[in-house]
Design a protein around this ligand. Structure first.
Ligand code: RP5
Length: 163
């Protein structure tokens, strides 16, 4: 079997609704800081299914190396996108009013065998960005060194004693 060398260095940040954006901005924030290229789009699995198909089926060809998908409730976006591409899909379950995001979390974390979604914490968009950068850093040395530097600074910023 021929293994394709994947050096797509962009991250796609997708979300089911405009209402997810206030949380998903955290993902943009860290990717910006780590100088990772990204594109942000609203893609809903149930409201814009054709857009979702089109996005997922062309994501690799369009230079993406990782996909971060935020959705809430019956949060099928990450799983559906993962079913249409072999790119890594990181799911960010949104906190919801009625069940506090447990619905979103389980929808993403409990993907049946064979089509995985890497599920982050509820509203964990920032960490999804860090993880996406770490995936891209596997073949982009600049991103890798930015991530290493950022992690070093984070470690140094932790005081030994609480104030
Ligand atoms: C999901 O439904 C979205 O991802 C969002 O988290 C949730 C609510 O969407 P809106 O009704 O606010 O558009 O599809």
């Amino acid at each position: 079997m021929k293994i394709k060398k994947l050096n797509n260095n962009k991250v796609a940040i997708i979300m089911g609704s405009q209402s997810d954006y206030s949380v998903m901005k955290d993902c943009e924030k860290i990717l910006k800081l780590l100088k990772v290229k990204y594109q942000t789009l609203i893609v809903s699995a149930h409201r814009t299914p054709k857009r979702m198909f089109q996005f997922a089926e062309t994501a690799e060809k369009n230079g993406f190396g990782a996909i971060v998908a935020g959705a809430g409730g019956a949060a099928h976006l990450a799983g559906m996108v993962a079913s249409l591409t072999t790119l890594p899909v990181l799911g960010v379950p949104m906190e919801t009013k009625k069940i506090k995001g447990l619905d979103s979390l389980l929808s993403m974390a409990q993907m049946p065998k064979g089509v995985p979604v890497g599920c982050l914490a509820i509203d964990g968009a920032f960490n999804a960005g860090v993880l996406a950068a770490s995936i891209i850093g596997n073949f982009d040395t600049k991103v890798k060194s930015n991530l290493e530097k950022w992690r070093r600074l984070q470690t140094q910023s932790i005081k030994k004693k609480p104030k």
